[in-house]
Design a protein around this ligand. Structure first.
Ligand code: GLN
Length: 560
C-alpha cells in the first residue's frame, strides 16, 4: 500500500550540458528511497520525435533497453532496473513522438469535438496523464526529463511538470536540478556561474528547484555550496555535491551522506523509515577489493561506442562482483578479424570471448572467425542473440561440414540456411504473431520476456539451477529447426527451447565453456543479484587463466 493517498512525484531536470548522468542520479535516489522501505518507480521522458526508440541507431543513441513487457526503451531504464528492484515497462518511458501520436489519434477519432488542438493544453495534458499513470500504486515516482533546460524540444515536458506542482501541491512534488560545476584548470578554481544561469532559465519557465545536484570533478567546497544556495534560492543543505566517482554503485551512499534522501522524504512528508544500505556497501566493497583480473574480449560491430553495450558491460561488472574479480573488457572490431589467423592473433591472451547482439551482415564473418578460434582453442565463449546465431553458423560450417552455411539475414542464397526468418510464432499467451521480411522495422521482432525450458542435466540447466527460465528477447531470426538433427549429431547440444519449439540455448558439451543464448540475459543482470549466465562465464574465464598460469608454471618446472 502506498505511503500516502497519492504517489509523490520527484522531477529531475538537467542543465548546462547534456550527458551529466541524470539517469544515474535519478536511479541512485531511487535506490536510497527503496532502501528506506518505500515503493519506488521511475519514468523517463524523451524529447525526441521518434515514436519507437527500438529503431534508433545504437551509434547515435546507445543501447536499446528491453523490458519484460517487450518495450524497446531508452538505456536509462537499464540504470533504473539496476538500482531499484521495481521492474520497468512500457509505461516507464515515452517520447514526444509517442505523446503526439496519441494526441493525433484522439483528434482523428474526434475526441476533441473539432476544437483546436494545441501544445497547451492537449500535449501537456497527455504528458501529465502518462506521468500519473506511471506513478499509480507507488509511494514515489521519479520522473527524469530528457534533454537540457533551454532546449526547445523539452519545453512541453517542463510546462507539464510545472502544472503538476500547482495541481498536486508542494507536498506531493519536488524538483531536482542536475547541473555542471566546471573547474577552470588555468585559474585553479571552480565556477558556479553556469549553474546560476541554468537555474535562472528554469525559473523563467516557472520552476524553482528544491534541490540542486552539482556534477563536478571534486567534492563541492563549502563556499561554492553557499554561493550556489544564495544565487539559486535553494537551501544550502539542498545543494548536493555529485562529484565524479570511479564506481557508479557508490553514488547512493555518497548522496545519503549528504542527506539527499532525508531532504526528499521531509519535503514530501513521507514516512522516515530506517535506511539499510548494506547491499550497496557489499557491492562497492566487492568491486574495490577484487582478487584478480579477468580479461573478456567483446567482438562486435558497435565497438567504437561502448554505450551501445551498456547493459552488457554492466552485466560483466556484476559477474565480477559475484566472483570477486575485476573485469577488463577489451573491444574488438569484428570487421578487422578477416581470417581465423587474424582472430587468433588478436584474441590470444583474452580469458573469455563474448559475441553480443547485433543486426546486419557487417562484421559477421569476423565474428565467425573469432568463434572458430575460441571453440577450437577451448577458450570460454558466451554468445548472446546474434552471438548464438554466429555460433550455430560456425559449427555448421566447420564441424558439420555445411559449407557456406549462413543466416538468411546475411545471405539469402546460402545452401544451408541454419538461421532463418520464422514467419509465424506463438506468444506466451497462446496467440500467434506473423512477421515478414518486408514489414516495418519495429513491431516485427520477438520482444520481451518469454519462457524457455532447459534440458535436464545440461550445463545451461546447471548454471541456472532451474529448467524453467524467463528471459528477454529482441530479434527477428531464429535457428532453423530443419538442420538441428545434423548439428546435434555432430556434438552441438540444444539445451533450451521456447514453448513454441524455437532454439533458446545451445552448448558444446565437450568444450570447457561454450554457451550461447537467443535471448538477452544482460537486461536482467543487477549489481546486487548478478546473473547466473554471466557469473558462470566469468568464473570459467577465471579458471581458464588459472589453467594458463598452472601450465606456464609446470613448463617452468619441466625446464621448458
Ligand atoms: N540480427 C539477429 C536477428 O534479428 C540478432 C538480433 C540480436 O542480436 N539482437 O535475429
Amino acid at each position: 500500500m502506498p505511503d500516502g493517498l497519492f504517489p509523490k512525484y520527484a522531477f529531475i531536470t538537467g542543465g548546462v550540458v547534456s550527458s551529466l548522468g541524470k539517469g544515474l542520479s535519478a536511479a541512485s535516489l531511487g535506490a536510497l528511497l527503496e532502501a528506506r522501505g518505500l515503493s519506488v518507480t521511475l519514468v523517463k521522458l524523451d524529447p525526441y520525435i521518434n515514436v519507437d526508440p527500438g529503431t534508433m541507431s545504437p551509434f547515435q543513441h546507445g543501447e536499446v533497453f528491453v523490458t519484460d513487457d517487450g518495450a524497446e526503451t531508452d538505456l536509462d531504464l537499464g540504470h533504473y532496473e539496476r538500482f531499484v528492484r521495481t521492474q520497468m515497462g512500457r509505461k516507464n518511458n515515452f517520447t514526444t513522438g509517442q505523446i503526439y501520436e496519441t494526441v493525433i489519434r484522439k483528434e482523428r477519432r474526434g475526441d476533441f469535438l473539432g476544437g483546436t488542438v494545441q501544445v497547451i493544453p492537449h500535449i501537456t495534458n497527455e504528458i501529465k496523464a502518462s506521468i500519473l499513470a506511471a506513478g499509480k500504486g507507488y509511494d514515489i515516482c521519479l520522473v527524469e526529463i530528457g534533454g537540457t533546460v533551454g532546449d526547445i524540444e523539452s519545453l512541453p515536458f517542463l510546462e507539464a511538470i510545472r502544472q503538476m506542482r500547482i495541481e498536486l501541491g508542494r507536498e506531493q512534488t519536488i524538483f531536482l536540478h542536475l547541473t555542471l560545476v566546471p573547474a577552470l584548470l588555468t585559474a585553479g578554481e571552480i565556477k558556479t556561474k553556469p549553474t546560476q544561469h541554468s537555474v535562472k532559465e528554469l525559473r523563467s519557465i516557472g520552476i524553482q528547484p528544491d534541490i540542486v545536484l552539482c556534477r563536478a570533478q571534486q567534492p563541492l567546497p563549502a563556499d561554492a555550496r553557499r554561493k550556489i544556495s544564495l544565487f539559486t534560492n535553494v537551501e544550502e543543505s539542498s545543494v548536493i555535491s555529485a562529484e565524479d566517482v570511479s564506481n557508479i554503485y557508490s553514488i547512493p551512499r555518497r548522496y545519503h551522506e549528504q542527506g539527499l534522501d532525508s531532504t526528499v522524504i521531509k519535503h514530501l512528508g513521507l514516512t522516515n523509515h530506517h535506511i539499510d544500505l548494506n547491499e550497496w556497501d557489499r557491492v562497492v566493497s566487492a568491486m574495490d577489493t577484487p582478487e584478480t583480473t579477468v580479461t573478456i574480449g567483446m567482438v562486435g560491430k558497435y565497438v567504437s561506442l561502448t554505450e551501445s553495450y551498456k547493459s552488457l558491460s554492466e552485466a560483466l561488472v556484476h559477474a565480477g562482483i559475484a566472483n570477486r574479480v575485476r573485469i577488463n573488457v577489451k573491444y574488438f572490431d569484428a570487421e578487422t578479424l578477416k581470417t581465423s589467423s587474424d582472430a587468433k592473433k588478436a584474441l590470444t591472451g583474452v580469458d573469455g570471448i563474448l559475441v553480443p547482439g547485433g543486426f546486419g551482415e557487417r562484421g559477421t564473418e569476423g565474428m565467425i572467425n573469432a568463434v572458430e578460434y575460441v571453440r577450437s582453442a577451448a577458450i570460454p565463449y558466451l554468445g548472446i542473440c546474434l552471438g548464438l546465431q554466429i555460433a550455430v553458423i560456425e559449427y555448421a560450417r566447420n564441424v558439420a561440414g555445411m559449407h557456406h552455411a549462413n543466416s538468411t539475414e546475411f545471405n539469402q542464397k546460402t545452401p544451408f540456411p541454419v538461421v532463418a526468418l520464422v514467419t509465424e510464432w506463438t506468444k506466451s499467451d497462446g496467440g500467434t504473431v506473423a512477421r515478414g521480411g518486408d514489414d516495418d522495422l519495429g513491431g516485427t521482432m520477438r520482444l520481451g520476456a518469454q519462457r524457455a525450458s532447459l534440458k535436464e542435466g545440461s550445463k545451461c540447466a546447471q548454471i541456472y539451477g532451474a529448467t524453467d527460465i524467463y528471459e528477454r528477447h529482441r530479434h527477428r531470426y531464429e535457428v532453423n529447426n530443419t538442420f538441428l538433427a545434423d548439428l546435434e549429431e555432430k556434438g552441438l547440444l540444444v539445451s533450451g527451447k521456447s514453448i513454441d519449439n524455437l532454439v533458446e540455448m545451445v552448448e558444446v558439451p565437450s568444450h570447457p565453456f561454450f554457451v550461447a543464448c537467443q535471448f538477452h540475459p544482460e537486461f536482467k543482470s543487477t549489481p546486487r543479484d548478478g546473473h547466473p549466465l554471466f557469473s558462470a562465464f566469468v568464473s570459467a574465464a577465471g579458471r581458464h587463466i588459472k589453467g594458463n598460469i598452472d601450465n606456464r608454471q609446470m613448463a617452468k618446472v619441466a625446464g621448458e
